[in-house]
Every structure is written in structure tokens, then in C-alpha cells.
Design a protein around this ligand. Structure first.
Ligand SMILES: [Zn+2]
Length: 206
């Protein structure tokens, strides 16, 4: 999507980190910067590495990043003005993590937003394969996406007792695994200036 600007003269004024922001219709809060590593790949995919505009500007002034692309949105202080960066790249390469964060979204993405017991895609929730009451951990290896119906049915039982086994036993996915599934579920909030830096590397993977 692109950040849209209203044609009217709706100005918002906001003070933050000593800057006055004049915004037409769009708040700077809606303008995060995509953060690339020094090799111009996103620093992280899951979650996608984005910084709020204040952090992005701070990093620019600390000379830690290069500005790669800009929003059509300006922040002003008495002594300077600058357009908000939409994409920045680190000046120093950081070794990226091979493993995605253990988040709700990433568990659903690993399981392709599908109940691992019946294949349902609505009313998704989480199931501990080994119930917590039986010592099961909340971890990549023990949590699967499950619809609320299956969750209720399985209750506090072990898979053998419930006769319910996940279609795929839960595992710690790699970024690559989530990439594969992520192509099926493209994110719907991406500034157009980010597109050049997302997915281009994954396209080349076999
Ligand atoms: Zn189900």
C-alpha cells in the first residue's frame, strides 16, 4: 500500500524528540522505516525490522545508518528540516538471526494459518500438544495452531488419549521456512519503497 495524502490542509502538530512535525493528514506514527542490514537485506523478517520515525532519525544523526528512501513527509525543528526516511540501511553489518521470534503470528505462519488437527482456518487459537498441566512447555516444539473447537475437544489430554495428532509435529522453523509460507500470505501493509528490499533474495532460493 502507499501512504496517502489528503489534498486538504489538515495539519497536525506534534512535539517529539525536540522536533515539531507538520503533517498533512498522515501522522508520522504511520511512517515507520524499514531497516536493512549493510547488505541491503532486511535486518529481520519475522518480525520485519522496522523502526518508528524517532528511532530512524536518531540513528541517522548518530551516523549509524544511511538513508535509502524517503517518505513525502517532513519534520521540522527551528534549525533544520528533513523528510522522514522510509528505508534505512545499517552502516555496519550485523549477523542476522537464523531463527524467527517465537510469536503468535509466526506460529500461525509456520502452521499456515490452519488448525493442525482438522484443517479449519477460522477461529484459530493455540494448543499445547503436551498440555501444560502435564508439564508441556509453551515453545515452538509444543505449540500448534488449532481451531477453538479442536482445542476444546482435546482439552487436557495427551494426543494418544485424545486420539488427536497434529498434521505436522511442532518444530522450530527457520527464517527460510517462514519465507516459504509467507509467500502464501503476503503482508498487506508495506510501503511501496520497501518492496525492492523484500523477497527479492528469497525468489532465488530453490
Ligand atoms: Zn480444528
Amino acid at each position: 500500500m502507499t501512504i496517502g495524502f489528503a489534498s486538504g490542509c489538515l495539519f497536525a502538530e506534534k512535539r517529539s524528540v525536540g522536533l515539531t512535525v507538520h503533517v498533512r493528514a498522515v501522522s508520522p506514527e504511520a511512517c515507520p522505516a524499514l531497516v536493512l542490514n549493510a547488505d541491503f537485506r532486511p535486518l529481520s523478517y519475522y518480525p520485519l525490522s522496522i523502526w518508528c520515525w524517532q528511532d530512524a532519525i536518531k540513528a541517522v544523526f548518530l551516523d549509524r545508518v544511511n538513508i535509502v528512501s524517503l517518505y513525502d513527509l517532513t519534520v521540522r525543528s527551528p534549525s533544520f528540516e528533513m523528510r522522514l526516511p522510509s528505508v534505512v540501511s545499517l552502516k555496519t553489518y550485523v549477523k542476522p538471526s537464523r531463527f524467527p521470534a517465537f510469536t503468535r503470528f509466526n506460529v500461525f505462519l509456520r502452521d499456515r494459518f490452519t488448525c493442525q488437527y482438522c484443517g479449519e482456518r477460522d477461529e484459530l487459537t493455540f494448543d499445547h500438544v503436551v498440555p501444560r498441566s502435564k508439564g508441556g512447555l509453551t515453545s515452538w516444539e509444543n505449540v500448534v495452531a488449532a481451531c477453538s473447537c479442536c482445542n476444546l475437544k482435546k482439552g487436557d489430554l495427551l494426543p494418544a488419549a485424545a486420539r488427536m495428532w497434529p498434521a505436522t509435529m511442532p518444530f522450530q522453523p527457520t527464517v527460510h521456512d517462514l519465507h516459504q509460507n509467507g509467500r502464501l500470505f503476503p503482508p498487506n501493509y508495506l510501503h511501496e519503497s520497501w518492496m525492492d528490499y523484500l523477497y527479492w533474495d528469497s525468489e532465488l532460493e530453490p
